[in-house]
Design a binder for this molecule. Sequence first.
Ligand SMILES: NC(=O)c1ccc[n+]([C@@H]2O[C@H](COP(=O)([O-])OP(=O)(O)OC[C@H]3O[C@@H](n4cnc5c(N)ncnc54)[C@H](O)[C@@H]3O)[C@@H](O)[C@H]2O)c1
Length: 267
Amino acid sequence: MNRNESRRFEGKCVIVTGAAQGIGRGIAALFTDEGADVLMLDRSEAVEEAAEKVAAQHPGGNAIGVRTDVTSADDVARAFDLANHDWGGVDVLVNNAGVITISPLEDLDLADWQRVLAVNTTGTFLCSQAAAASMRRHGRGGRILSAASGQARQGFTYTPHYAASKFGVVGLTQSLAKELAKDRITVNAYCPGIVGSDMWDYNDRAWGRLLGDYEPGELMAEWVADIPLGRAGTDDDVANLLLFLASDEAAYITGQTINVDGGMFMN
Ligand SMILES: NC(=O)c1ccc[n+]([C@@H]2O[C@H](COP(=O)([O-])OP(=O)(O)OC[C@H]3O[C@@H](n4cnc5c(N)ncnc54)[C@H](O)[C@@H]3O)[C@@H](O)[C@H]2O)c1
């Protein structure tokens, strides 16, 4: 049976944040393939066109894009109202939206520190809170899945705010997993390693400039060469883990943080 015939998520409402591009768009596409009604949220207006393309190219389910800043409680409430009223409540939330900046400590200003924590950690809190309320109301249980990072395993140089934000996601995940277990809501985090995206293009340039005299692409190639499975990750590598964690088969897994990084980290 191919993926389009299986439609394991038919009738399920899945919210993916940061879905206008990159890994988030890939996650939305795979859940749509599996028959889900996918609400793609992003602060970028490009999310509307991205959702139209996902819906056209992956006719298994539905995809709608709604411009939403996950750091805004009002935006988040509006988006979840839509899922509650039009799609019968949320079954799966993927907290994918994330940002990074890279700079030496003396140049790291408070605004960058606060923005990275606001999107990566506070945004995950706001969306998880709204999802848990929806899941408790409809009573079917649910899944909350949040993007951490290799930097939730070990902080890298020049990114203390990003590492703090992603370690924060792990703490939030464990705490919510304990609180929400009685409602059959599981809460897990996942750690991509190196996945080609706009974020990694920026990482390659910014770390490359600060860590040595790297030409564009060289630093990423050097780090990828150290990955035991010998390649960078793809959107599908991440999305396939999430399909499993969102499935009925993963009902007994909660509070975990799982690496999907080709063996880059083994802790
Ligand atoms: N690419 C990697 O190798 C990698 C590695 C580890 C973790 N991650 C994590 O995976 C997630 C996706 O990364 P990516 O590489 O696809 O990044 P990306 O920069 O390509 O995409 C991130 C998306 O999030 C959106 N976004 C940013 N701020 C937002 C906000 N306030 N509200 C709503 N949307 C917002 C952006 O508009 C963008 O569409 C992030 O959480 C990132 O930290 C990525």
